[in-house]
Design a protein around this ligand. Structure first.
Ligand code: SF4
Ligand code: F3S
Length: 103
């Protein structure tokens, strides 16, 4: 599962699609955690898609991660600023790849 303490345990290494990226990043195997308020561990995400289907405000968009061991697309929290903290995505992700920090 995603580490809910990632902001302390990882370093912010850059930005992609307008959201922070928390390392380590070493493609194609490692893409790190993407987002801060809504965070997705790209190295756990296997492209189930439930988060995209269920988010009421369309926070997530697909991005390409070619040759990643789990899946070659990932759910980017591109519109994390629109999140209403309903926690649906956290509940539906089958591999607990998502962390949402209300407040
Ligand atoms: Fe969307 Fe709710 Fe998840 Fe926020 S907590 S990203 S609003 S599903
Ligand atoms: Fe990935 Fe979980 Fe969404 S596997 S696509 S973060 S439901």
């Amino acid at each position: 599962a995603i580490d809910p303490q990632f902001e302390t345990n990882r370093e912010k290494v850059g930005e992609e699609n307008g959201v922070a990226v928390w390392g380590p990043v070493d493609p194609p195997e490692k893409h790190g955690i993407h987002g801060t308020h809504v965070a997705v561990d790209f190295d756990i995400c296997l492209a189930d898609g439930a988060c995209l289907e269920d988010c009421p405000v369309d926070v997530f968009t697909w991005v390409d991660t070619p040759d990643h061991p789990e899946s070659d697309i990932k759910a980017e929290p591109t519109h994390e600023d629109q999140c209403i903290d309903c926690m649906l995505c956290v509940d539906v992700c089958p591999v607990d790849a998502i962390d949402v920090d209300p407040g």
